[in-house]
Write a protein that binds this ligand. Structure first.
Ligand code: ZN
Length: 679
């Protein structure tokens, strides 16, 4: 499970050293700006202090990470790779005027496709609308000729072009990456490439037929496969060596084998072994063994994820999108998360939920602050800021989970947003702005720590409850639960007692921001007239809207108008904390009992619909600030330094690559799944 960035705008540079994000003067954090996107750069402080072996390990793992890019692109939609190759062929062969409107529209579209790893918005899920003409596109494609295009075997240029036209220009064809609308066939109406030629009912019947009832250690059904029909029967095509994505997986395995040679310890080597075995066989029991071994390895400095992990892109919440993040532990900052995880049982015991839903023993919640070295697959260029894995509930209960906060990423966001005018526009008054400047960076990071390390790991299901009944509501429910857990405890005096915060009012910074974001400012990411779809956005509006509603009698929170502008005003922070606790108890009950009806009712009431008047106001005020609602990153490049005999004697970092430059290099050097075409 991932935490995504709450908000793109706050300035939050605190005054004390412990709380501060320090810019690297050598680094230009701003890389590119287009559509609703800003591309940034992140620093990798401390890499040069790793041992040679650790540097080699990072290098090999980053290579393994980059080899999976095509997998994710293909998972997002089965036309994506052909579209990307075609666009890149036009881009690199174009000789016309670069000031031409069609060319500029085309370049924008390509940048969007790169960013989203496909033709649908990475967050909003809608298909991009091209602002260049189909006629211009057709003439460019014809000018390239068949040899420079990714035609399938035996395909004519005409039929290839007809397909591309439909995929790019027909707004009704594959209009949505992930459909979540109530009452629709979520499989048939979603463009994701996890299913082909099957209905939602056929998929659900198929999985119901293979699930073992009452299995206390169920595999993650359907995590690593595509579901299709063969001879009238529903079958799974696994992602594995010799199966789907074999060529990419073989390249990943090559680099994993190099990584294993320089593993830091036996535990880590055995984690890599298990992962290798799983990629080779596609066996989900082996994936569980890998997950357990991985969760137990808390000693290694360098760590990574690489595989089919999160299921947010599947409307049925089963299929894992491919991703990889390589990182090493930030020893200093990890003190904070270590203190939190050492006290996990205290937090579990005191959480405001029914005793039946409480874990009698919280197992091994390990938490650390990490420095990300590479972002790949579903975590690139848009990235989470916190991750908690493994996802399987029974593994978490029996073996614990690993939770990380990506602090060099949150620092980059923070540094890049300095001085953008957001707080002045949306925060109600100067004292609140001062509070945010002083305490938001630390309380926001701590919110992520608590969400990942304790929130997701907390609570238990009643015996026999199968969460797959929650369907498309499952992710939102889980994120709501983890957020509420974090919010509730941010205001707890325990954090002062543990020395994690030095001011009993610090939590108010995060409370204010959370309510402002959930009630108003996150709407800047949504087009007027649309509903909320993404699980994290839904969960934030659910929490904020529910508290606004249920706090009305006591006037806990209100939306006030001043000079025609709406502001969030929090009148009673302690009562707001009480509301977070009450809602947490209810959300935990819903999860523990598997109460689908209550879950659907809450989400449909608070998390989906948007007030159109307020929405328009937010968009208008936001537009004046010219802040990109979404941000993502280019990666640094790791360069091995070799001696005369070819041995790696050091690994250095370069960190000045442009956005298009990096995307084209990745397409050239890390594209095992695309058809080779002549240059
Ligand atoms: Zn989460």
């Amino acid at each position: 499970m991932k935490s995504k960035l709450l908000i793109a705008g706050f300035i939050a540079l605190a005054t004390t050293a412990m709380l501060k994000a320090t810019p690297n003067p050598q680094l230009n954090y701003h890389v590119d700006r287009f559509a609703d996107i800003e591309v940034l750069r992140y620093d990798v402080p401390g890499f040069d202090r790793l041992s040679l072996n650790q540097k080699k390990l990072v290098y090999y793992l980053t290579q393994a990470a980059l080899q999976g890019r095509d997998i994710l692109t293909d998972q997002n939609c089965r036309y994506n790779l052909a579209v990307r190759q075609t666009l890149e062929a036009i881009y690199t062969n174009y000789t016309g005027a670069r000031t031409d409107d069609n060319y500029k529209g085309f370049e924008l579209y390509l940048k969007q496709v790169w960013f989203a790893n496909g033709i649908h918005h990475h967050y909003g899920n809608d298909k991009f609308v091209p602002t260049f003409s189909q006629q211009w596109f057709d003439s460019q494609v014809r000018a390239l000729g068949a040899a420079k295009l990714p035609l399938a075997q035996g395909e004519t240029l005409d039929s290839f072009l007809a397909t591309m036209d439909k995929v790019i220009f027909d707004p009704t064809f594959m209009a949505k990456k992930v459909e979540q609308g109530e009452g629709k066939d979520l499989v048939a109406t979603s463009a994701v490439n996890f299913y082909e030629g099957v209905t939602q009912k056929e998929v659900e019947d198929y999985y119901a037929s293979i699930k073992v009832p009452g299995d206390p250690t169920p595999i993650s059904y359907g995590l690593n496969s595509k579901v299709v029909k063969r001879d009238g029967k529903v079958v799974e095509l696994p992602y594995k060596v010799g199966g789907l994505y074999s060529d990419a997986i073989l390249n990943i395995l090559y680099w994993l084998s190099k990584a294993k040679e320089v593993a830091e310890n036996a535990e880590q080597a055995s984690t890599i072994n298990r992962l290798t075995e799983y990629y080779a066989s596609g066996n989900l029991r082996v994936f569980d063994q890998y997950s357990i071994t991985w969760a137990r390895d808390t000693e290694s400095r360098v760590d990574f994820i690489n595989g089919f992990i999160e299921d947010y892109n599947d409307p049925l919440g089963m299929k894992g999108s491919w991703e990889s993040i390589v990182n090493f532990k930030n020893e200093e900052a990890s003190h904070r998360t270590e203190v939190i995880s050492q006290n996990a049982q205290w937090f579990e015991d005191h959480s405001p939920i029914d005793d039946r839903f409480r874990k009698p023993q919280v197992k091994g919640v390990s938490a650390k602050v990490i420095t990300a070295c590479i972002l790949a697959g579903d975590s690139y260029p848009s990235t989470p800021i916190g991750i908690n894995l493994p996802n399987a509930d029974w593994i978490r209960a029996a073996y614990g989970s690993k939770s990380v906060t990506l602090e060099n990423i949150t620092e980059a966001y923070d540094i890049a947003s300095h001085g953008n005018g957001f707080n002045e526009e949306f925060v109600i008054d100067e004292p609140t702005r001062e509070l945010l400047e002083k305490y938001l960076f630390i309380t926001d990071n701590m919110h992520t720590d608590l969400h990942e390390c304790l929130g997701h790991a907390s609570g238990q299901l009643l015996p026999g409850v199968d969460l797959s009944v929650m369907k498309s509501y499952g992710s939102c429910l889980e994120e709501t639960r983890a957020d509420l857990f974090a919010l509730y405890y941010l205001a707890d005096p325990k954090l002062i007692e543990l020395g994690l915060l030095d001011n009993p009012d610090a939590y108010k910074a995060e409370y204010y921001k959370y309510m402002l974001n959930g009630l108003m400012t996150q709407l800047m990411r949504i087009e007027l007239g649309k509903d909320l779809e993404e699980a994290h956005m839904r969960n934030r509006q659910l929490i904020a809207g529910w508290c606004l509603d249920h706090g009305r009698a006591d006037n806990v929170v209100e939306l006030i108008k001043r000079d025609g502008k709406t502001y969030v005003k929090i009148n009673d922070y302690q009562k707001l904390r009480g509301l977070f606790g009450t809602l947490l108890a209810e959300i935990q009950r819903i999860k523990s009992e598997g109460d689908y009806n209550a879950c659907a009712a809450l989400i449909e009431k608070y998390a989906v619909k948007i007030d159109p008047v307020l929405h328009k106001e937010v968009l208008d005020r936001y537009a004046k600030l010219n802040i990109a609602p979404y941000k993502g990153f280019v990666n640094p490049t790791y360069v091995p330094v070799t001696d005369a005999a070819g041995n790696i004697i050091d690994v250095t970092i370069t960190n000045n690559e442009g956005y298009a430059e990096q995307m084209l290099r990745y397409s050239r050097d890390y594209s095992p799944l695309t058809h080779p075409i002549s240059k």
